[in-house]
Design a protein around this ligand. Structure first.
Ligand SMILES: N[C@@H](CCC(=O)N[C@@H](CS)C(=O)NCC(=O)O)C(=O)O
Length: 522
């Protein structure tokens, strides 16, 4: 229940929010909370960590008491309030489960009603104690559940507002009063965004804050994305990076990438999209002068360079096999032949130069192949050979060229260091061997959220139809949701955590959707 923590934080206290994809939880979450659950807060110069929403909120209240204390000062009352929240949570969990899990809510309706009635009775035991003009910690702890109640009734096929008024009078009264609270209001989320959140399992689509800044959808370890990032970096073009969890892609990414692959760039006020790394690289160099042109000015040279990239790319097949084939050893003879061909082709094309550009800095063709040359030894190392010796002895041109591109500051800035990449590759292999139970559990988690999203959508369509028919008049949508994301935080995160992110992210290759500060912002 990440929402609790968020809605109880005073808006005057600065915080940033990282949404985590819990369906496919990254290791760095378990490093912070062994149970792998949210919310987790991380704070202070020594990165203190705290989890369990009730404990987190209590801590926040005690630490930031100067603005507005949220708990009773009387220890007995405080303890009783805690017991109340526990009782409440225990009732909410079984009552809400059918909304996530059951395909036929009408069959579960009696069970649901029963749970909601208990809810109402429990809330009645506190009547008179809440000061609605100044809700306290207890209120903010139970509100995220109560806020959803009318919508849940709606999606079960009944009219949520009417049902509350008739059957759950205490909840109804409480809901109306709490809705007027400014903290509750500031944390509201349109129901459409709620649906999107259920389907995306991580951050919702991060709005582009500045349409002049080019956006790159990337993945921290994608050599294809590196091509584009190298061109942008070499030309010093301002950009922002959204890393996508390519193992579990959010829908808003799929809407932007025809094959679901990174890189994709999103540009200009109209959000023009372009995919395919080589095409993007050419386009950027042709249309933006930047710090320096990267391609040859001669059309024939440019065309033959493109052909060179296509052809040598086929000899990097060993690298592709690392990620696509299980029995690398059987493919070793083929890998060796191709590596030798790549070495010879590069030798001819370089003709003694340091870079393919023929200059003292890499050019467009160098940046197109650099990510692959950087990673190429993987297909040697993973077979237990020593790639350094192998390249030096058998592939001397590739060996020297690799050292040359790795000494370029642009390449260095963009790529994950080779050693780190080896660890990631191990993880990748472990990951693809996830046991079937884990996989099944994940699929069930996803399905239950998608089911709920679908139910909410069906309800919205029904509401829309009814209001179109003007049968009941345009009933204002009554239920909105606490956000799981503080919208400002896209900004905050981008500004607060720029340069140290690479190392941090590289330890976890999965699930990160974040904005990296563009390298060349003022
Ligand atoms: N031809 C594409 C290839 C891009 C590509 O394969 N990207 C990988 C990451 S290295 C990807 O997005 N994979 C996700 C998937 O295929 O589902 C290009 O050059 O941009």
């Amino acid at each position: 229940m990440p929402l609790r923590a968020i809605s109880s934080i005073q808006s005057t206290n600065r915080h940033e929010t990282i949404n985590v994809n819990l369906v496919d939880s990254p290791d760095w979450i378990r490093e912070r909370n062994p149970a792998g659950q949210l919310p987790i807060i991380e704070f202070g110069p020594d990165n203190k960590v705290l989890y369990e929403s009730l404990i987190v909120c209590q801590y926040l209240d005690e630490t930031y008491a100067e603005t507005r204390p949220l708990q009773s000062r009387d220890p007995y009352q405080k303890a009783r309030d805690q017991v109340f929240v526990e009782l409440f949570s225990n009732l909410w969990a079984p009552a809400s489960r059918p909304f996530f899990m059951s395909a036929d809510l009408s069959a579960d309706w009696l069970h649901i009603v029963n749970g909601f009635k208990k809810f109402d009775n429990l809330l009645a035991t506190r009547e008179g104690r809440s000061n609605f003009y100044q809700p306290g910690l207890v209120d903010y702890m139970i509100w995220p559940s109560i806020e959803r109640l009318p919508l849940f009734v709606d999606i079960a096929g009944h009219n949520g507002a009417d049902y509350l008024r008739r059957e759950l009078p205490t909840v109804h009264n409480y809901w109306e009063q709490m809705s007027g609270d400014t903290t509750v209001q500031s944390a509201r989320l349109p129901v459409e965004t709620f649906i999107e959140n259920l389907r995306t399992f991580g951050d919702p689509y991060p709005p582009r804050l500045n349409p002049d800044v080019m956006r790159v959808y990337s993945q921290q370890n994608s050599p294809f994305a590196y091509r584009v990032l190298m061109v942008l970096t070499a030309k010093q073009i301002e950009h922002e990076i959204i890393n996508i969890n390519i193992w579990d892609k959010p829908e808003w990414f799929l809407e932007r990438s025809p094959l679901g692959k990174v890189p994709v760039v999103e540009m200009g006020p109209a959000g023009d999209l372009l995919n395919e790394s080589l095409i993007i690289a050419d386009y950027l160099d042709e249309t933006i002068p930047g710090a320096r042109p990267l391609a040859s000015p001669d059309p024939y040279q440019r065309a033959s360079d493109r052909a060179f990239v296509e052809t040598i790319g086929q000899y990097f097949v060993g690298l592709e096999y690392v990620f696509t084939k299980s029995d690398l050893a059987a493919l070793w003879p083929e890998i060796e032949v191709n590596l030798a061909k790549a070495n010879n082709m590069l030798d001819k094309r370089l003709n003694g130069d340091k870079y393919l550009s023929g200059a003292d800095k890499p050019g467009l063709t160098d940046y197109k192949i650099a990510p692959f040359v950087h990673l190429l030894p993987l297909c040697v190392d993973l077979l237990g050979h020593n790639s350094d010796e192998y390249f030096r002895d058998k592939l001397p041109v590739l060996y020297t060229y690799r050292k040359a591109i790795q000494s370029d500051p642009v390449v260095n800035k963009v790529v994950t260091p080779y050693d780190e990449f080896c660890k990631i590759t191990d993880e990748y292999h472990i990951r693809s061997k996830l046991n079937d139970d884990d996989r099944q559990k994940k699929i069930e988690n996803v399905n239950s959220l998608v089911l709920l999203a679908t139910k909410v959508e069906v309800q919205l369509t029904r509401e829309q139809r009814e209001s179109d028919d003007d049968r009941r008049g345009a009933r204002p949508r009554q239920v909105t949701f606490s956000p799981s994301v503080n919208r400002n935080n896209f900004n905050g995160y981008a500004n607060n955590r720029p340069q140290n992110q690479r190392g941090y992210l590289a330890t976890s290759t999965r699930n990160r959707i974040f904005i990296q500060k563009s390298q060349y912002s003022a």
